[in-house]
Design a protein around this ligand. Structure first.
Ligand SMILES: [Zn+2]
Length: 103
């Protein structure tokens, strides 16, 4: 749900339109997929910001936050085969949730 909030922010800010244009102009399928992955990881980061913004009003406790982080960590993993999701994607909600800034 929070991830979809991230996409809503991307949509309203024009990021999704830019992403779609960049993908249409990508020189290869690999480059297009990289743009898509970056868009998804940005949505995860925005999801972390969303969770942080509502945590107080929802009365989230540390255990709730840990459960949410576990949910992000397992996102994209294939529970049938045990294969992990896209590498690195689980790192993005944390900076959004903690208010970390880029170096
Ligand atoms: Zn998404």
């Amino acid at each position: 749900m929070a991830h979809e909030f991230g996409h809503a922010v991307q949509g309203r800010s024009g990021i999704l339109a830019s992403k779609n244009w960049l993908r249409s102009e990508a020189p290869s399928n690999s480059a297009s997929l990289q743009i898509a992955r970056r868009n998804e990881t940005q949505a995860d980061c925005l999801a972390g910001i969303f969770v942080r913004s509502v945590s107080r009003s929802l009365g989230l406790q540390q255990a709730d936050v840990a459960a949410i982080e576990d949910g992000f960590a397992s996102g994209g993993d294939d529970v049938v085969t045990g294969k992990k999701g896209i590498e690195g994607t689980t790192a993005w909600p944390g900076p959004g949730a903690t208010g970390a800034r880029p170096d």
